[in-house]
Design a protein around this ligand. Structure first.
Ligand SMILES: [Zn+2]
Length: 446
C-alpha cells in the first residue's frame, strides 16, 4: 500500500474518533472550567480526586487495605496519609499490585507505551474516555491562540510521514480531514529542507506543532539561509525546551511559543499561556511538588501526579523524574490554574546524527520500537558519527532484539550513523540521583 493511501486511512479514521460528539462536549466543558474561580476549580478537583481514589481502592490490589469511607472534602488528606508515592520502578517491579487484572487489557482500552527518561519500556492501560480527554486538553491549549476548525496547523514531530530514503519532494502529507500539514522531521537536512520551508510558507499555518529540537533545527536551517517564516504560534511538546532553542525559534519562525508539558503516564499537564507562564491544568490531574523525602515543598522538587481521567488504570501519587517549583501569584491571563517554573532538561546531553544535526530524544525512542526484554537503556554518543546503545538485558533478551535495535536506528532514526549495542550489568544513575538516558560523551570530554 502506498504511504499516501495509508496516511489517508490513518488520519481519516483518527479524525472520526477525535471529532465525535463526546470529544466536542469535553472541549466545551474544559472551556467552561477556565472561566471558573480558583476555589471552584479546587472544589471540582476534590470530587475528581475522590472518584480516582475510590477506583484505585476498588481495582488495584496495592490499595485494597485502604478504608474507602471518606468524602470528597477528605480526599486530599486521605491521599497524603494513605497513598504512598510510587514511580516507574514501582510499576515495573510490582505489576500485580499496580495494574488491574495483572495488566490484561480489555478490548475497549488503549495502551500507552513509554520508554521515558530511563529507557525502560512501560505500558499504561488507558480508558477511551481518557484518550478523548487528552485530545480535549490539547485542543483547549490550541484555542488559547485563537485556533478553531478553520485554522491550518503544521506538524513537525516524529511522525513517519514519508519513507526515510526519499530524496525528492513531497516530504509532507496534507491531512485534509484536519487541515493539517504533516512534515517529515527526518528530512530536515541540507538536501531536503528548502522544499519543506517553501511548503510551510505556502500553507500559512496558524500554528506549528513541533518538538523543541525539530523547531530549533528548522530555525537553524532558516538562519543559515538568511530566511525566516511568520507562524503566529509554535506549540512545542515532548521534550524540554531549552532557552537557546526558544530564542532562535522566536527569531526565525516569528512566533510566540506555547510550550506544553506532559508525559505518557498522563499524571500532569502544564501549558504555556500567551503571557509566557506555565499553568498546571488543575482540572487534568492532582499535582504535588515534593522534595527528596516526599514532603510538599515551595522550593524545587519532583512533580508527583494523580490522574483524574484514566480510571482504567488509576495512577496515584506517581512521581516523575522532572523537577520544577510552584510560582506564586496570579497570571495576567486570568485563568484559574496555578503557575510553575518551566521544566527543563540538560542541553549538554544532546547527541548528533551522522551529518552533525541534533537528534531529538523523542526520535531516538523509535530505536526501541518493538524491542522487548530491556531492563534499562542508554544512548551515548561516543565519537562523531558513532553511537553506543547500552542495554541492561532482561532474561529473554536475544540477538534478534539486538539486531532489531540496529535496524530500527537505520530505518527510523538515521541511516548513516555507526551504532553498536553493548550489554551491561547495570547503568548507574548520576550522583544527583538522576539518570541521563541520552548522553553525549564527546561533548563532555571536550
Ligand atoms: Zn497565564
Amino acid at each position: 500500500m502506498s504511504s499516501t493511501i495509508k496516511n489517508e486511512l490513518h488520519y481519516g479514521l483518527r479524525s472520526l474518533i477525535r471529532e465525535n460528539a463526546f470529544a466536542r462536549s469535553f472541549v466545551k466543558r474544559l472551556r467552561q472550567n477556565e472561566r471558573l474561580a480558583p476555589d471552584a476549580v479546587r472544589q471540582q478537583g476534590r470530587h475528581a480526586l475522590h472518584r480516582t481514589l475510590q477506583a484505585a481502592i476498588a481495582r488495584l490490589p496495592a490499595y485494597r487495605h485502604i478504608d474507602a469511607r471518606f468524602s470528597p472534602a477528605e480526599a486530599e488528606t486521605v491521599l497524603r496519609e494513605s497513598f504512598p508515592v510510587i514511580d516507574k520502578v514501582t510499576l515495573l517491579g510490582r505489576p500485580a499490585e499496580f495494574y488491574p487484572r495483572e495488566g490484561r487489557k480489555l478490548p475497549w482500552q488503549a495502551v500507552g507505551k513509554t520508554s521515558g527518561t530511563t529507557g525502560t519500556p512501560l505500558q499504561i492501560l488507558r480508558s477511551m474516555e481518557s484518550v478523548l480527554m487528552e485530545n480535549a486538553f490539547i485542543r483547549r491549549h490550541w484555542e488559547w491562540s485563537g485556533y478553531d476548525d478553520s485554522s491550518t496547523r503544521a506538524t513537525l514531530r516524529g511522525d513517519m510521514v514519508v519513507a526515510l530514503d526519499r530524496r525528492t519532494p513531497p516530504f509532507w502529507f496534507w491531512n485534509r480531514y484536519d487541515r493539517q500539514l504533516l512534515l517529515s522531521s527526518r528530512h530536515l537536512t541540507d538536501d531536503c529542507v528548502d522544499p519543506i520551508i517553501d511548503r510551510i510558507e505556502q500553507a500559512r499555518p496558524a500554528i506549528l506543532q513541533a518538538y523543541p529540537s525539530t523547531a530549533h533545527t528548522l530555525s537553524m536551517y532558516l538562519a543559515r539561509r538568511g530566511r525566516s517564516l511568520k507562524i503566529p504560534f509554535i506549540y512545542t511538546a515532548s521534550e524540554p525546551l531549552y532557552p537557546h532553542q526558544r530564542e532562535l525559534i522566536v527569531e526565525r519562525l516569528g512566533a510566540r511559543i506555547m510550550d506544553m508539558y506532559g508525559m505518557a503516564e498522563r499524571v500532569a499537564f502544564a501549558t504555556e499561556c500567551e503571557h509566557g507562564e506555565m499553568h498546571i491544568n488543575s482540572d487534568y490531574s492532582h499535582v504535588e511538588i515534593l522534595d527528596e523525602h516526599d514532603r510538599p515543598t515551595d522550593g524545587p522538587g519532583f512533580i508527583v501526579g494523580t490522574t483524574y481521567h484514566n480510571l482504567a488504570m488509576p495512577l496515584v501519587r506517581y512521581r516523575l523524574s522532572d523537577r520544577t517549583r510552584w510560582k506564586p501569584g496570579q497570571c495576567r491571563c486570568g485563568r484559574p490554574f496555578p503557575m510553575i517554573e518551566h521544566v527543563t532538561g540538560k542541553y549538554e546531553d544532546a547527541i548528533t546524527s551522522a551529518d552533525g544535526s541534533i537528534i531529538s530524544p523523542s526520535v531516538l525512542t523509535f530505536a526501541f520500537k518493538g524491542v522487548e526484554n530491556i531492563r534499562k537503556s542508554q544512548v551515548a554518543q561516543v565519537a562523531a558519527g558513532t553511537w553506543q546503545i547500552r542495554v541492561v538485558p532482561g532474561p529473554r533478551f536475544s540477538d534478534a532484539d539486538k539486531n532489531r535495535l540496529v535496524d530500527n536506528v537505520h530505518q527510523l532514526v538515521d541511516a548513516h550513523i555507526a551504532v553498536e549495542v553493548v550489554l551491561k550489568d547495570d547503568l548507574p544513575n548520576t550522583a544527583a540521583g538522576k539518570f541521563r538516558w541520552v548522553v553525549n560523551e564527546t561533548r563532555q570530554a571536550g
